[in-house]
Design a binder for this molecule. Structure first.
Ligand SMILES: NC(=O)c1ccc[n+]([C@@H]2O[C@H](COP(=O)([O-])OP(=O)(O)OC[C@H]3O[C@@H](n4cnc5c(N)ncnc54)[C@H](OP(=O)(O)O)[C@@H]3O)[C@@H](O)[C@H]2O)c1
Length: 272
């Protein structure tokens, strides 16, 4: 499979590294020598020529920042996209908007997260039928895929995109609590990470509601109920619900601004 990754930055280079490991023939683009060197270091062919990269690829990933998209798209004649499978990882840019300038292609959006670094991304994918298998394979190599409808992308961005930040904050709080109770930080940190992984596996294995697992370890007048009482009193669960709602609203606001800006720019260019 011949593939081009336009914008080999943080996420683009992770996609390149993964695709090269699957035996894809990858060409990666960037403007600076630093980006091109990064492409080289993950085993792909570097170029600053986006047109050349698209010409020779059957599968194209667009991983520039949304504010650089209009500039990038100007470099590629619209007829060149015909029949190609194109995946955008740009946050907020809707398929309908992409379709205005990437004509007659099989269009997809992907929203991976930073855990792609350890091949454990939880990636949302959306798009049509044709080309779906190769897109699924591409992102499965970086973690787990969820095919969703496009309207779920904002909550996905909040829950799964920002999720690693929220969980890191919770981890920090747990570790500080252990340190306050006399445990050395290094032991606490490592043990908390193991406990999180174990809890996730246990919850998945259990299949029922998480509250059932919680109740299994909650002995009358024991240690767990003391801690749970504090969680209740401080409204931790309500805060988490509000965290995701608020972050989703922001993803939606930003998405609208980005999408409208790109629409305006490409409409000015293409007069449509
Ligand atoms: N980071 C994440 O965790 C994450 C997760 C999901 C989705 N995303 C999305 O992924 C996209 C990239 O994010 P990122 O964090 O990877 O950003 P990034 O590190 O800044 O990568 C973007 C890359 O695009 C290159 N670029 C810019 N204009 C270009 C052009 N005209 N032609 C070729 N290359 C160009 C830049 O390199 P030069 O400056 O050398 O050109 C840069 O290396 C964004 O749209 C973001 O919404 C990111």
């Amino acid at each position: 499979m011949k593939m081009a990754v336009l914008g080999a930055g943080t996420i683009g280079s992770l996609i390149i590294r993964s695709s090269v490991s699957m035996g894809f023939q990858v060409i990666g683009t960037g403007r600076s020598e630093r980006t091109l060197e990064r492409v080289r270091s993950v085993g792909a062919e570097p170029t600053s020529d986006n047109l050349k990269a698209v010409k020779c690829a059957e599968l194209v990933v667009i991983s520039v920042k949304p504010q650089h998209f209009s500039d990038l798209i100007r470099q590629i004649p619209s007829e060149l996209w015909k029949g190609k499978t194109v995946v955008s990882v740009m946050a907020g840019v809707r398929i309908e908007t992409l379709a205005k300038v990437i004509k007659d292609a099989n269009l997809f959006r992907a929203m991976p997260n930073v855990n792609a670094r350890v091949n454990m991304s939880t990636t949302a994918l959306t798009g049509g039928e044709e080309g779906r298998d190769v897109v699924d394979t591409l992102f499965k190599n970086l973690g787990t895929n969820y095919w969703v409808t496009e309207d779920l992308m904002d909550v996905w961005t909040a829950l799964i995109g920002s999720g690693p930040a929220f969980v890191s904050e919770i981890v920090d709080g747990l570790v500080l609590g252990a340190v306050a109770s006399g445990m050395p930080r290094e032991i606490a940190y490592s043990a908390v990470l193991d406990m999180l992984r174990g809890t996730a596996e246990n919850l998945r294995h259990h299949k029922g509601h998480p509250i059932e697992v919680r109740d299994n370890v909650t002995t009358p007048a024991g240690t767990t109920i003391r801690g749970l009482k504090v969680i209740e009193e401080r409204g931790v669960k309500a805060a988490l619900i509000e965290t995701i709602e608020s972050s989703t609203r922001r993803a939606s606001e930003l998405g609208k601004v980005i999408d409208e800006k790109i629409r305006k720019e490409i409409t000015e260019d293409h007069g449509s």
